[in-house]
Structures are given as C-alpha cells and as structure tokens.
Design a protein around this ligand. Structure first.
Ligand SMILES: Cc1cc2nc3c(=O)[nH]c(=O)nc-3n(C[C@H](O)[C@H](O)[C@H](O)COP(=O)(O)OP(=O)(O)OC[C@H]3O[C@@H](n4cnc5c(N)ncnc54)[C@H](O)[C@@H]3O)c2cc1C
Ligand SMILES: NC(=O)c1ccc[n+]([C@@H]2O[C@H](COP(=O)([O-])OP(=O)(O)OC[C@H]3O[C@@H](n4cnc5c(N)ncnc54)[C@H](OP(=O)(O)O)[C@@H]3O)[C@@H](O)[C@H]2O)c1
Length: 318
C-alpha cells in the first residue's frame, strides 16, 4: 500500500458552533485518480499539536533544536520535529524519550464514491474532545490535526485501507445500512455508488444522532433520496425527547420491514461505535429473530452467525 498526497480543498462544520459534539465534512483532492471502493478507509499521517510539543519541551527543560537520534530509523533529527511528527506524546509524559511509542496514523472511513468523485475523498469526522490528566479541555491528535493544524490547500499524506469485508453486494440485492454518528460515513459512499450504478434494489438507512437540528449530517442528500423513493430512511435522534431513542428502537418498530428485506435477500451493514452501539444493534437483531421465530437465544445467535458466514452481515466498527 503506497502513500498518497492530497490537498485539503473543503472543510465545513456540519454542526452549529454552539454544540458540545462537533462534526466536520472534509474533502481532499489528488491529481491522479486513486483506486478505492465504498467501504474502504484511509489512514492519515497526523502531527501533534505544536502547543503540546512546546509544553513538553518547557516541562522537561529541553531545546527543540537539540539533535537526537530517531529511535527506529537511527537518523539524526531535531527534537522539535521528532516530537511533532513521530512520537506519541502520551508515552513520554515522564520525560524519558527511550520510552517513546510511535505516533500512529488515524483511520477515517471514506465518505465518497470514486465513481462519482475519482479525484477526491470525502470524510465525516467527529472531533474527539475530552478533559486530559491535568484537567484541561483538549482535543485528540487526529481531530486537532484535521480541524486546526491542516490549513485549507495544505497537503496531507495517507494510505488507502481496502476493506473486503465491507463491500456493496450486487445492484439487485437490497441493503440495510445501520450507521449512527460517524457510522454514516461509508453509507454516503454506498448510496452514491448505488445511484451511479442505477441499482434497482432497495436501500434502507437507519441513522441516529443527538439532535435533528444540530446533528443531521447530509440532511439534504438523504432527505432528497428518500423523497425520490431511492432510500428508506429511519431516523433516531436520541436527545430530541426525554426518553432516548436509538437505531435499535427503529429496528423494533420496523420489524416487519426488516424481515421482508431479509426475505428478499438483503445484506445488513453496521458501522460506527464498537463499544455499545454495535453490540446493542446485533443483540436487537437476535431478539427480533428470536421473537418472530419463537426460537431460543442460542438459535437466534446461530442465525446471526449464519448471516455473517453467508456474507449478509458486515461490521465496520471502531
Ligand atoms: C476503521 C476505522 C474507521 C474510522 N472512521 C472514522 C470516521 O469516519 N469518522 C471519525 O470521526 N472517526 C473515525 N474513526 C475513529 C478515528 O480513527 C479516531 O480514533 C478518532 O478521530 C479519535 O482520534 P484522535 O486522534 O482525535 O484522538 P486520540 O488522540 O487518539 O485520543 C483518543 C482518546 O484517547 C484518550 N486520550 C488521548 N490523549 C489523552 C490525554 N492526554 N489524557 C487523557 N486521555 C487521553 C481520550 O479518551 C481520547 O478520547 C475510525 C476508526 C477506525 C479504526
Ligand atoms: N470524546 C468525545 O468527545 C466523543 C464524542 C462522541 C463520540 N466519541 C467516540 O467516537 C466513536 C463514534 O462516535 P460517533 O460520534 O460516531 O457516534 P456515537 O457517540 O456513537 O453517537 C451517535 C448516536 O448513537 C447514540 N448511541 C449511544 N449509545 C448507543 C447505543 N448503545 N446504541 C445505539 N446508539 C447509541 C448516541 O446517543 P446518545 O449520545 O444521546 O446516548 C447518538 O445519538 C465512539 O467510539 C464514541 O465513543 C467520542
């Protein structure tokens, strides 16, 4: 897998400025088309925030111009560049550079179809903001790099990571896409590709976020498709009412539709949060099957395993 250069040409907040959880749409362009398919991700080389590098240098009374040996390549490099480009700063919080772990690239799902955008890649990125060990509000390294460090028309470097386990089926096979939050990203690519293919089969998207007013990403595109009958759209805005509503609740309400899609041979795709969402969704699928068929929990789990084995259940969760 080779590395590519691309220029950031568009970066827009999809959320209003007054919300706690902020999400960006980004577009990067390259001169020669790069082969990628809906379902693939990219791994972007990121840099640490310069303010954190400077803080580290001050804390340990070191000079950025100091020449040091790169732990892995053994090349001589100045300390500032080493800390900015190569080191996971969390791993050197005691000041001991011999403990430095490498700064890893960050993965993002591709949110565009190369059939429609051969020289571009779109990303949907939610900024990871949290309180660090010193009680300060801070942003994740990749989030900071994409939101603040990289300027418009600057170049970034990335690799495409193909995901053969998350591929669109034949255009005649219906699809059920379950993607709350940034889990929506690959499904924008899926839908663009299905439109490009003029695919005759049905598409059903279950999308969830905090509030409709602030977090309905790509609303015009999705509502437009739903109005022209190209998309079944089920929405779950968790914080628009007192009781949380999640994509699982929409699955329960639409159980007849779910089984009718599956009887027509549909494939199910789940993308987004691995810790709670994906578990909740797979358990709901099992529960609905168990109740419909009057089988045991174990038999319902076997059913889901079979769907996966038949390549009709695909997960891309993180
Ligand atoms: C296959 C794949 C696809 C993905 N697709 C998308 C996508 O389409 N869109 C998207 O938005 N994300 C996506 N992600 C997630 C993305 O890769 C990043 O994990 C996410 O953006 C957070 O990275 P970050 O560098 O901003 O945060 P990091 O710097 O990696 O921090 C992550 C967490 O570590 C902890 N942490 C870090 N530093 C500190 C500190 N100093 N003190 C205390 N705690 C700390 C915090 O809990 C923080 O939330 C994907 C991930 C994978 C694996
Ligand atoms: N540190 C941060 O600032 C931060 C912020 C967001 C996400 N993240 C992390 O980033 C990853 C992806 O986040 P994301 O922004 O794409 O989406 P997300 O956090 O998963 O949220 C998207 C939607 O899913 C809902 N949700 C929460 N729990 C769920 C469950 N068990 N089942 C179904 N839906 C559920 C959320 O509702 P509610 O939130 O109303 O419960 C929200 O409406 C996750 O790993 C998440 O933990 C970090």
């Amino acid at each position: 897998m080779s590395k590519h250069n691309a220029k950031l040409v568009d970066r827009r907040y999809l959320t209003p400025s007054d919300v706690e959880k902020k999400t960006l749409h980004l577009e990067i362009v390259f001169e020669e088309p790069i082969a990628y398919l809906p379902g693939d991700s990219i791994a972007i080389d990121v840099l640490n925030p310069p303010s954190k590098v400077e803080k580290w240098l001050k804390k340990f009374d070191r000079r950025g111009s100091e020449r040091i040996e790169h732990k892995r390549t053994k090349e001589e490099i100045d300390l500032y560049s080493y800390l900015l480009e190569h080191v996971n700063l969390q791993s050197v919080q005691e000041g001991d550079l011999s403990r430095a772990r490498p700064l890893m690239p960050r993965f993002y799902s591709i949110a565009s179809s190369s059939s429609i955008f051969p020289n571009q890649i779109h990303l949907l990125v939610t900024l990871d903001e949290f309180i660090d060990g010193e009680g300060e509000k801070t942003m994740g390294v990749g989030s900071h790099y994409l939101a603040n460090y990289l300027s418009l028309y600057d170049t970034c470097r990335f690799k495409v990571f193909p995901n053969e386990l998350f591929r669109l089926p034949e255009p005649t096979t219906p699809i059920i896409m379950i993607g709350p939050g940034t889990g929506l990203a690959p499904f924008k690519a899926f839908l663009e590709e299905r439109i490009y293919q003029n695919a005759p089969a049905k598409n059903w998207l279950l999308f969830g976020e905090r509030n409709r007013r602030s977090h309905f990403y790509y609303e015009d595109f999705l509502v437009g498709l739903s109005e022209t009958g190209q998309l079944d759209l089920s929405l779950a805005f968790s914080r628009d009412q007192d009781k949380k509503i999640y994509v699982q609740d929409r699955l329960r309400e639409n159980r007849e539709k779910l089984f009718s899609y599956l009887e027509e041979g549909a494939s199910i795709y789940i993308c987004g949060d691995a810790k709670v969402m994906a578990k909740g969704v797979t358990e709901t699928l099992e529960e609905l099957y168990r109740d419909k068929m009057g089988v045991s929990d174990d038999e319902a789990r076997d059913w889901l395993r079979r769907l996966k084995g038949e390549k009709r259940l695909h997960l891309d969760v993180y």
